[in-house]
Design a protein around this ligand. Sequence first.
Ligand SMILES: [Mg+2]
Length: 219
Amino acid sequence: MEPHVRGQLEGLSLDRQRPLIVTDADEVVAYFIAGLEKFLLRNGHWLDLKSFAITGNIRRQGSNEISTQPQVKEMLGNFFAEDTELLDPVEGAAEALQALSARAQIIVLSNVEPKVHAARHRWLRRHGMDYPLIANSGSKGLPLRYLSEQIDAPVFFLDDLPPHLDAVAEHASRVFLLHFIADKRLAALVGPAQNCQLHTSNWTEARSFIDTKLDDMGY
Ligand SMILES: [Mg+2]
């Protein structure tokens, strides 16, 4: 785990006895791919969503030439710099988290560079999700292990990317895993991640799953 991530995690004030919900941002509470498509269209490109990947699927308008990996990296950097605050919120996310916050602590764990942290946090606040935001880097397995060790109550983790869910299953096996992909086109391209208790694109379902687990476990 990188020092800047550990520093943010250590700065959280957590209640050991209270359940914890750790949610990703992009494609869980924010429409990332739809926002990226708008950005690309504005900038002479388009996303050919034929697989669950960005690199290899961005094409130049007109020629349809596939953008190279360095070009994609640059475009994603510009996208985060310019459009982080323009993303659409996922329907029901703010309401579900608000309701769940009556019985659980909530943290947003998002893989964004530290320089994007402030814009992303403003976006969360503006859309009714004023929760602590951790700007993570790389795998989410070790951050979830750290967080689950701070809590003696149930811990839940929501993410769209199977590698993050797999890493949490490996490093923090007691965490309940929800595979959440907001964009239905993407959800159709990627099967349910292994070890996940729920695969959904719907916050009503996610909330109901968490509520039921907490009820069953007496929280
Ligand atoms: Mg995501």
